[in-house]
Design a binder for this molecule. Structure first.
Ligand code: AMP
Length: 190
């Protein structure tokens, strides 16, 4: 199985690019954010706990998302691999992912990182808010908290995957098709 991580700051276009990636490479898309939003919509206990954190722009506890990932790996069949979108987001999550994969003697295939500068994040998220109506896209304060969370907790993963020689960064500025082709040119190598 191939395990691709789709990495990048909020608003980089991960969700937009994921559809084409899963189709071309027969992957199962796991977006921890989308799974959490589903729990909130269903009104589950987990959803209730996650809601307050998500709406502040903070992360939910590592164990919550780690459990979601492992259960998807176990239940989804008939694909050539997985596309992890929005996970891992902290160093402990990256270590937990390595430990989950080690149980079946597997490793992360590649981390594909879509990079955009901070100045573009706010603009992109505000555009998305008009279309998708996500609660955590609604205010500048929340978006700023997500940007800070990204820099403090998620950015260290760049070094983690660079050291493991599993990190590939592409420029996220351009049309959807231009960015997609940059991503494909990396994924074609695996
Ligand atoms: P996303 O759709 O990936 O932007 O995620 C939306 C929100 O869900 C994030 O701001 C976090 O509050 C939460 N979330 C999603 N993935 C994770 C994760 N891997 N770890 C912790 N919180 C997460």
């Amino acid at each position: 199985m191939k395990y691709f991580i789709l990495f990048g700051p909020p608003g980089a276009g991960k969700g937009t690019q994921a559809t084409a990636m899963v189709e071309k490479y027969n992957l199962h898309h796991i977006s921890t954010g989308a799974l959490l939003r589903k729990e909130i919509a269903a009104g589950t206990e987990l959803g209730l706990q996650a809601k307050a954190l998500i709406e502040k722009g903070s992360l939910v506890p590592d164990e919550v998302v780690e459990g979601m990932i492992e259960s998807e790996f176990k239940t989804v069949k008939g694909v050539d691999g997985f596309l992890l979108d929005g996970f891992p987001r902290t160093l402990p999550q990256a270590e937990a992912l390595d430990a989950i994969l080690a149980k079946t003697s597997e490793v992360v295939t590649a981390t594909v990182s879509i990079m955009i500068p901070d100045e573009m994040i706010m603009e992109r998220i505000k555009g998305r808010a008009l279309k998708e109506g996500r609660a955590d896209d609604a205010s500048e304060d929340i978006i700023n908290n997500r940007i800070a969370t990204y820099h403090n907790q998620t950015e260290p993963l760049i070094e983690y995957y660079s050291k493991a020689e599993r990190y590939y960064e592409i420029d996220g500025i351009g049309t959807i098709e231009e960015v997609r082709d940059r991503i494909f040119s990396i994924m074609d190598r695996f």
